[in-house]
Design a protein around this ligand. Structure first.
Ligand SMILES: [Zn+2]
Length: 319
């Protein structure tokens, strides 16, 4: 079973920002740079997903993508958590092109591109061990004795891993073999089997729900420079107007009944997960209070407060 891979909050934030930021804005090049990096990371995760989908024949398994493990105060995000019948495998995906070296003593990963300067890339092993601790904690809390393994997978075709490299770090091209080796350890039928659907439920039910997190280094002034409104998906930064139950573009022929649903998600990411009727009217240019209320009522939002101070909580959905 393979679920769709979610984009990270950071990636969604910058994509929403890009849609509404004028191209001549001073911050535009920075946004492009970050989007390239986030897009590369996401593409790398998809590459690993594809490799994993080709190993289906190993046995029944459930793959959880970009899952949060822990609680609201302390948690980790795991790129891929695979539940097999006999063990759990955590995969951290790294999309880093260039020559990669690993210092066993300091656990420091460095990268060099085109004989250029050497960049520090943190400690992926430390990150993996931390993820393992979070996963083990949840397993222990539910009195399970399931083994937990971890792997760091370098997903970029242009990553060159210079030896010596820790055995738990591999290039995506070696993933199949690494999985086969791991499964060999459990070939003996006497190893305990676990109910993978039950374990899956455990992680889903315990996933912390976090409010959208804005990157902290963003200049706050930028938010007043963004184009507001429900935007046309086909024209650049063109505001749709709401008339006779449809959002309509003044430039092209676009006509949509639910175009505001994407905008509500963008509003959640960029501004706030709470909205009032008045704020939504200001943001979209809608004129009728009754129509706006009706729209928000039908948009799968959660009501907060009484009728006088009515607010709506925008739930996270996939964009
Ligand atoms: Zn249009």
């Amino acid at each position: 079973m393979i679920s769709d891979r979610k984009k990270s909050d950071k990636y969604l934030f910058y994509q929403a920002l890009e849609r509404r930021l004028p191209k001549n804005h001073a911050y535009w090049p920075d946004v492009q740079k970050i989007l390239r990096k986030e897009g590369g990371g996401y593409a790398g995760e998809l590459r690993v997903d594809r490799e994993l989908s080709e190993t289906r024949f190993f046995e029944d398994y459930i793959l959880l993508k970009s899952i949060l493990v822990g609680n609201e105060a302390s948690y980790c995000q795991i790129d891929s958590l695979i539940i097999y019948q006999k063990f759990i495998l955590i995969i951290e995906v790294k999309n880093i092109p260039g020559i990669l070296r690993y210092d066993e003593e300091s656990h420091q990963l460095t990268r060099q591109r085109d004989n250029g300067p050497i960049d520090g890339m943190g400690n992926p092993e430390g990150q993996l061990q931390r993820s393992k601790r979070f996963v083990k904690r949840i397993i222990d809390q539910h009195q399970m004795t399931m083994p937990v393994h971890g792997m760091i997978v370098f997903s970029n075709p242009a990553s060159i891993l210079e030896k010596p490299f820790p055995s738990l770090a591999i290039h995506v091209s070696g993933l199949y073999q690494a999985l086969e080796n791991l499964h060999q350890l459990y070939a003996d039928q006497s190893n305990p089997h676990f109910d993978i659907r039950k374990v899956h439920q455990l992680f889903i039910q315990n996933e912390p729900a976090l409010p959208p997190k804005k990157p902290t280094h963003i200049p706050t002034k930028i938010f007043s420079d963004l184009t507001i409104g429900v935007l046309c998906p086909d024209c650049v930064m063109t505001k749709l107007t709401y008339r006779s139950k449809f959002w309509r573009c003044p430039i092209c022929t676009h006509k949509g009944e639910t175009s505001h649903l994407t905008t509500l998600q963008e509003y959640r990411i960029l501004f706030s997960e709470e909205i009032t009727t008045n704020k939504w009217m200001d943001f979209t240019g809608m004129k009728s209070v009754a129509t706006t209320r009706r729209m928000l009522c039908k948009s799968n939002l959660e009501k907060i407060g009484g009728n006088k101070n009515r607010k709506w909580l925008i739930r996270k959905t996939q964009l």
